[in-house]
Design a protein around this ligand. Structure first.
Ligand code: SF4
Length: 396
């Protein structure tokens, strides 16, 4: 076997610069960071502290909080202090809108990262008869954006903090829409315009996102962004997400279709799954995507056959029992296979196997080696004993 050719199946991640957000680093080869956003009112300081803590305790590494007014900025400062005193210093991102430069400057003093949406930096007056922008008009607005953004960029730069340039397909500025269309190109141009302003002020702690609610649009935008950044010699990390993915099974599938496709290409340094459910529900989806792609291993990997006419026990029931007994472990691969015919071959990479042997009996495997045959009713218990004997068990 050792002479057989090998093939490296690990995902080669795009090289990006490390961007520090408090005690977490995005990019620079660090594990893909999981983040989410609380939906409490920021003015509810205790409620927000509790929500951030709940998310952080289940693996949300950076938490976003909305800051629509100066009162919210002050409340977020309080939230941050309370977290430090009563729990720990969780990295916080403040979501700030264009008309809130004073808010952004205030909140930037207290938290680690500010998210801005270029599409909301609108200076043009609404004019239903307008069909285009001349280059002069386009550049004049660009200059106003620069003047508006500059103090925030300087503040974040001088404090060693970060910014997310978060473009949304649904809120592109009119001049971008007229010039580049409602397209991934418009999204990319919008991000690049803001990156250039930051770069001209020697600020590079940037994370870029180009979210859309349509998966093909989102995928195209990120791919185009990577191509453009490569051409321009930019190495900013990317924050992936599908906006308004909805809820339930389809919301999860839609998010996975967009996020995992890009991650599999090596694109993406931090992810958020946006569900119309409580944010706690987003975190396991994030970790499952990362685990399925082999990017982060945070739970037991279960390999199980779909069952068929050869299956020798109730596979669904046994898989459930095995999962319940072992789900607190980390770093293990456990296979549950209905029969011996294809079983051991199919589960060759697993650390342990639970395989139907003959009616009423199962076999336990360590890797490819069959360890013992036991009556089915003792199967799960004996599997645990085997893991214990190998010193790989921890009490739940
Ligand atoms: Fe059927 Fe056996 Fe394959 Fe499971 S491992 S699907 S029981 S043949």
């Amino acid at each position: 076997l050792s002479s057989q050719p090998t093939f490296d199946t690990t995902i080669k991640r795009r090289k990006t610069r490390p961007v520090k957000v408090g005690n977490v680093t995005i990019g620079g080869g660090h594990p893909v960071v999981v983040q989410s956003m609380i939906n409490e009112d920021t003015l509810d300081v205790d409620g927000s502290v509790a929500a951030i803590r709940r998310l952080h305790e289940i693996g949300c590494e950076i938490v976003r909080v909305t800051v629509p007014s100066m009162a919210h900025a002050k409340a977020l400062a309080e939230i941050k202090q309370k977290l430090i005193k009563t729990y720990q210093d969780v990295p916080i991102v403040a979501d700030v809108h264009h008309n809130g430069m004073k808010i952004a400057l205030e909140v930037a003093k207290h938290i680690e990262k500010v998210r801005i949406n270029p599409g909301l930096y609108v200076f043009e007056k609404p004019n239903p008869n307008r069909t285009e922008y001349t280059k002069v008009e386009f550049d004049e607005i660009g200059e106003k954006i620069r003047e508006t953004l500059e103090p925030l960029v300087i503040s974040l730069r001088d404090q060693g903090k970060a910014m997310r340039i978060g473009v949304n397909h649904g809120s592109l500025a009119e001049r971008m829409l007229f010039t580049y269309g409602d397209t991934p190109e418009g999204m990319v141009q919008s991000a690049i315009e803001f990156i250039r302003i930051c770069e001209s002020l020697d600020f590079h702690n940037l994370v870029i996102s180009l979210k859309a609610s349509r998966v093909p649009v989102m995928i195209a935008a990120y791919r185009l962004m990577v191509q453009r950044m490569d051409e321009l010699g930019m190495d900013y990390p990317l924050h992936l997400g599908v906006t308004e993915a909805g809820d339930g099974e389809y919301g999860r599938i839609k998010s996975t279709a967009g996020i995992a496709t890009l991650l599999a290409d090596g694109i993406g340094d931090t992810i958020r799954v946006s569900l119309t459910e409580s944010p706690e529900k987003e975190i396991p989806v994030c970790y499952s995507i990362l685990q399925a792609l082999g990017l982060r291993k945070t739970m037991v990997e279960y390999v199980a056959c779909p069952s068929c006419g050869r299956t020798l026990f109730n596979l669904e029931e046994v898989l459930h029992k095995v999962r319940e007994a072992t789900k607190h472990l980390t770093g293990l691969d456990i296979a549950v296979m209905g029969c011996i015919v294809n079983g051991p071959g199919e589960m060759a990479d697993a650390d342990y196997g639970y395989v139907g042997k003959t009616p009423g009996y199962i076999s336990l495997y360590r890797g490819r080696e069959e360890i013992k045959k036991v009556p089915e009713e003792h199967g799960v218990e004996e599997l645990i004993n085997l893991i214990k004997a190998d010193g790989r068990w921890v009490e739940p």
